[in-house]
Design a protein around this ligand. Structure first.
Ligand code: EPU
Length: 421
């Protein structure tokens, strides 16, 4: 198993090219199940999760090939199978977003029920309620969601849950409604840029979706969707992670191919901390003031501060000058990184869904264990600034969502090596 060995202390300086967004690419790949004819998707990052989705789509009769310029070509060759098996879904929860397309196109889907994971319990009740509203019959059998629909019909669907809307639930219902008969209105839809990107892809294929990026989506069903070319939006979580790397190391990082307009809550919070973010065409230059101010931050659905950057921001706040409060309102149990940061000398106290982070003078390198994708990014960030050597174990988590992380960091001056056990 690989680990990352980081010698902290270096100042990171230079340009970083941001990859396409994993969380946009995954549902877009699933949406290719709906298409007649091939689609070409550009800027799909090379990641373990993308390979998992490629394998799953392969099971479902879709050929997926990567061309020399990095684009993915997806073409449905066989519509005979509608079963997403446990072994696939267990590796990646986002597999659940084949449910809507299978139901809409093949009129049947059997998708293993995703379990919980290191960031907490992750129910899919809202996905199922939305698809039922469109006319699907859904049962649970042997741990699988079994869904049938002779016909899907447009309906009014409310997707708000106890923690706000649902990103992949919105994707599932939107994809199913694109081929339903009549009009669907989704109220309390997820507003994330990745959902808007999916809607843009579907509209290019011939769908009639309006309101993407707002809480109300109106979808007029069409009879057929045709494969097209599409470029995935830049990964805003990768952008935020590198912004925090610049802030932590007193560095100056130029982010290229970044959509800063997709991350105003992050920019606002980092500026409050004292990070200097200068927008420029197609990206930004990020540098840090020597003094980091403490802040209070609450994660929320988009356009609020993203839960997928909560762990990384906490690494930064560990070195702020005072007390910060970090409250998680999307996944209240997403704090597995706290215990590992404590091993590096952080001062963090957890009280329910809030943690109080008291800034310390320095973090100290240590062997630490990654528990999930974003937690592992937080530990790498902490390692970049810690005194001495940090070894991040279980690095396969980071490979799920950060493309070429160590070579990108090395290219701007980090001392980071991947080592195989
Ligand atoms: N929820 C329900 N019922 C549902 C669905 C969700 O109660 O049917 C709850 C969840 O338990 C959670 C909240 O609603 O408390 C939001 O969950 P959501 O469904 O929006 O999450 P998701 O769609 O499964 C995506 C991202 C996550 C990201 C969340 C929140 C992808 C592939 N995954 O997950 O990304 O944290 O939205 O923004 O898009 C990551 O990239 O590291 C990652 C975990």
């Amino acid at each position: 198993m690989d680990k990352l060995v980081i010698n902290g202390g270096g100042r990171l300086k230079g340009p970083v090219e941001i990859s396409g967004a994993k969380n946009a690419a995954l549902p877009i790949m699933a949406a290719s199940l709906l298409a007649e004819g091939p689609s070409t998707i550009r800027r799909v990052p090379e990641l373990a999760d993308i390979r998992s989705m490629t394998d799953l789509l392969g099971d479902l009769g879709v050929s997926v090939t990567r061309s020399a310029d990095g684009a993915l070509r997806l073409n449905v060759e066989d519509e005979g199978c509608h079963h997403a098996q446990y072994d696939r879904v267990r590796k990646m929860r986002a597999s659940v977003c084949v449910l809507g397309p299978l139901l809409a196109k093949r009129r049947a889907a059997r998708v293993s029920m995703p379990g919980g994971c290191a960031i907490g319990s992750r129910p899919v009740d809202l996905h199922l309620r939305g698809l039922e509203a469109l006319g699907a019959e859904i049962d649970l059998d042997g741990g699988d969601i079994v869904a049938h629909a002779k016909k899907l019909t447009g309906a009014e669907v409310f997707l708000g849950g106890p923690f706000g809307s649902t990103v992949l639930g919105t994707a599932n219902v939107m994809m199913a409604a694109a081929l339903a008969e009549g009009q669907t209105m989704i109220e309390s839809a997820a507003c994330e840029p990745e959902i808007a990107d999916l809607a843009n892809y579907l509209n290019a294929m011939g769908a009639r979706i309006s309101g993407a990026g707002t809480p109300r989506l109106v979808i007029d069903g069409v009879e057929e969707l045709t494969g097209v070319e599409h470029e995935v939006i830049p990964d805003r979580i990768e952008v935020g992670t590198f912004m925090i790397a610049a802030a932590l190391t007193n560095g100056e990082i130029t982010l290229r191919h970044a959509r800063i307009d997709h991350m105003m809550a992050v920019v606002d919070k980092l500026r409050e901390i004292g990070v200097v973010i200068e927008r420029e065409d197609g990206g930004a230059v990020v540098s840090s003031a020597r003094r980091l101010e403490p802040v209070d931050v609450t994660t929320q659905p988009y356009p609020g501060f993203p839960t997928d950057l909560q762990a990384q921001l906490m690494s930064l706040l560990c070195l702020a000058d005072g007390n910060s409060a970090v409250t998680e309102k999307v996944f209240p149990d997403r704090f597995m990184h706290v215990a590992e940061l404590l091993r590096m000398g952080a001062n963090i106290r957890k009280e329910g869904p809030t943690t109080i982070v008291t800034g310390v003078k320095r973090l100290i390198g240590a062997p630490v264990m990654a528990s999930d994708l974003r937690a592992s990014a937080a530990l790498v960030l902490a390692g970049l600034v810690a005194r001495g050597t940090t070894t991040v174990q279980r690095v396969y988590h980071i490979d799920r969502g950060y493309e070429h992380i160590e070579s990108k960091l090395r290219s701007i001056g980090a001392d980071i090596q991947r080592v195989s056990d």
